[in-house]
Design a protein around this ligand. Sequence first.
Ligand SMILES: C[S@@+](CC[C@H](N)C(=O)[O-])C[C@H]1O[C@@H](n2cnc3c(N)ncnc32)[C@H](O)[C@@H]1O
Length: 344
Amino acid sequence: MNGEYLNKITHGDALQILSKLESKSIDLVLTDPPYFLDKMDNAWNARKVGSITDYCHTIKSLPPGMKFDKEQGKKFYEWYYQVAKEVLRALKPGGFFFSFSSPRLYHRMVSAMDDAGFLIRDCFIWLYTQNQPKAMSLNHFIERLNEDKETRDDLIKQLNGWKTPQIKSCFEPIVMAQKEPDGTFLENFRKYNVGLLNTNVKIGQEMFPSNVVSTNKINEIVDKCFLISKPDKKEKGDFNLHRTVKPLSLCEYIINLTTYSNEAVVLDPFAGSGTTLVAAKKLGRKFIGIDINKEYIEISKRRLKSSEVDCSGYNAVSTEKQLRIFDKTVKYKKLNKRKIAKAV
Ligand SMILES: C[S@@+](CC[C@H](N)C(=O)[O-])C[C@H]1O[C@@H](n2cnc3c(N)ncnc32)[C@H](O)[C@@H]1O
C-alpha cells in the first residue's frame, strides 16, 4: 500500500502524507523536524529561510538573542503531538522513532512524543566543538540609555564580557523513542524484525555503540569512544543550499543500529535535502521521504541520483561490523599526561 511513496520523496505536508501510509509498515523513522526557532517552523518556507543571514539562524531584522517567544514551544508541542500520533500508527510495533531537536525546545518535542504513546528510551547527543556563539553584548543598548555619558561608560566597563544568556551550543540532542513492542522483545523481533539494537555496529575504535556521537576529530580519547567518520565535503553536494544538512555518517549509524535487513523501510517526513534517504539508499534499505518545499526535493533527488548502494547484498545477520569507521588509521599527535588529564 505504500508503493506510491516507496524509494521516493513526496512533495507535501507531512501530516497529510503520513496519514496515507499503511499502519505498521515502517521499520524506522529518522527525522530532523523544524526546530520552531526563528522562521523554521512547520510552515518552513525555503525563501524566508534563505533570508536568514548568518550561521546562527538569525533573521536580518532581528538581532541575535532578541527573539524569545514562549509560544514557540507550545506550538511545537501541539503540532509534534499530531505528527507523533501518525508516526506511531505507521511504525511497526517495536519500531524506533529518532528525532533531532535543539537543546532549547527538546523538552517540548519529547513530551509530545511521550504523550502520543511512545516509550522514550534514550537521548543521543551529537557532539561538536565548532559553532557560532549567539550571545550579545549590551553595549549598544547602554549607549542609547537616556543617562549621562559617565554613567553609560561606567556601566559598559562594569558589564565588560557579560552578555545575553546564550551559551555557545555544541551539541544536538536526538531522542530515541520506541513504539510499544507486541509481546516480549524476542516475540516482537521474530514477528516484525524491529525493536532490538545491533551491537555489532561499532563506534570510534571498535567500541560498543553509544549515545554520544561526534563527527569531527576532537582528541584521541573522545574519538576513540565516539567518533563516527567525518563528513566528506562531497557528500552534501555543492548544489545543496539547504541550511541544516546533517552528516551522512550519523544517519548511517542510526539506520545500522536499528534496522535488520534490506527489506526495512526508513521514513523521513521532514527530509530536507535528503540526508536520511541517501543514507538508507547507500545501506540498501528502502526509504520514504516527505518535504513541503519543492526546492529541497529537487536537491534530494539530485543527491539520491548520485548516491550508490555500496553494500549490495547487505544482510545484518551475516555482517559483523557494518560501519566502516577508521578505514584509514587516524594519526594523532601524542598527548602528554597533563593534556590527557585535562581532556578527561
Ligand atoms: C531541519 S530540515 C531537515 C534537514 C535534513 N535533515 C537534511 O539533512 O537536509 C526540516 C525540513 O522540514 C521541512 N518541513 C517543514 N515543515 C514541514 C511540513 N509541515 N511538512 C513537511 N516538511 C516540512 C522543511 O522544508 C525542511 O526542509
